[in-house]
Design a protein around this ligand. Structure first.
Ligand code: TA6
Length: 281
């Protein structure tokens, strides 16, 4: 368990194989760290992350669902849904023939005051030469619902001044800092100040040009979200803290805003992301 300042512990699974090392919190099926044997860490966790059970963890890959961002119907509901704050069940863990570890996590949610529908979610992590996350969400209710979600990954960067996100140049984005104003991305994404953007309809891979250099590929995740809070906001966010915005950027894949999923009664949809270290770009 990872203790917090009050000595309360959050249960953590440790994966140690010939291929990689990883840490996973059962809360949220939350991959906190990942590194191949000869590679660099691909995920960032805040030095001020609060490991109090039930609180969102700052870093790694939070799974945000059944909605992304503020709840559009009720701003009093928690941001990014509630799956990241609750325990998931580990239903299977095995070593595969290629040496990768595969873990399957399930989340079963009954209609509640936050979301009035029964649903289940499954996250399959395959950890070997890369991080592979496969997610499926099933409507187990008798009524249809809409849901939005992201795999909200935090990646370490060598320098916030020089890092670039490639694969989005010329694309349209919604600027969360200007009430979703529609803009066009001029060149690769850079981080001179706070950045909080949703790029819809991105089929291609995106790459983080830094050390490590990282490539993120996907299947069925149309939206890309890019976020860094900038210096002023980071200082105000307790579990980030002054200066720590320099250490990471979030490059997230999922289905948000107009690209949210509509699930009819009994329907399931799935998607996948692969995150891997690539040679310097
Ligand atoms: O994905 C970007 C974002 O929605 C930003 O607006 C930013 O606030 C971030 O997520 C973190 O949200 P959190 O609720 O984890 O503090």
């Amino acid at each position: 368990a990872f203790p917090n300042s009050k000595g309360e512990g959050l249960p953590i699974l440790r994966v140690n194989t010939a291929a990689c090392n990883a840490l996973i919190a059962l809360q949220g099926a939350h991959l906190l760290s990942f590194q191949t044997r000869n590679g660099k860490p691909l995920l960032w966790v805040s030095p001020n992350c609060d490991f109090t059970p039930g609180l969102a963890l700052r870093g790694g890959i939070p799974v945000c669902l059944p909605w992304f961002g503020p709840n559009t119907q009720d701003p009093k509901k928690p941001k990014h849904g509630f799956a990241r704050n609750r325990d998931w069940q580990l239903s299977d863990a095995k070593l595969q023939a290629d040496g990768s570890a595969q873990l399957v996590f399930n989340f079963i949610s009954s209609a509640n005051e936050l979301f009035d529908f029964d649903f289940t979610a499954q996250l399959t992590m395959t950890l070997g030469a890369s991080i592979k996350l496969a997610i499926s969400i099933k409507n187990t209710d008798t009524k249809p619902f809409d849901c939005s979600w992201v795999l909200h990954s935090y990646h370490p960067v060598e320098s916030l001044q020089t890092v670039r996100v490639q694969g989005l140049a010329g694309r349209t984005y919604l600027d969360n800092l200007e009430n979703h104003a529609v803009k066009t991305q001029d060149g690769d994404v850079s981080f001179p100040a706070e950045v909080d953007r949703v790029y819809p309809a991105i089929e291609n891979a995106v790459r983080i040009a830094s050390k490590p250099a990282i490539e993120i590929t996907h299947n069925n995740c149309p939206s890309v979200v890019v976020w860094n809070p900038g210096a002023t906001n980071a200082a105000k966010i307790a579990d980030i803290g002054a200066g720590h915005e320099q250490g990471y950027i979030c490059v997230e894949r999922g289905a948000v805003l107009a690209e949210k999923w509509h699930l009819t009664a009994g329907e399931a949809k799935s998607a996948a992301v692969e995150i891997k270290e690539i040679s310097a770009i």
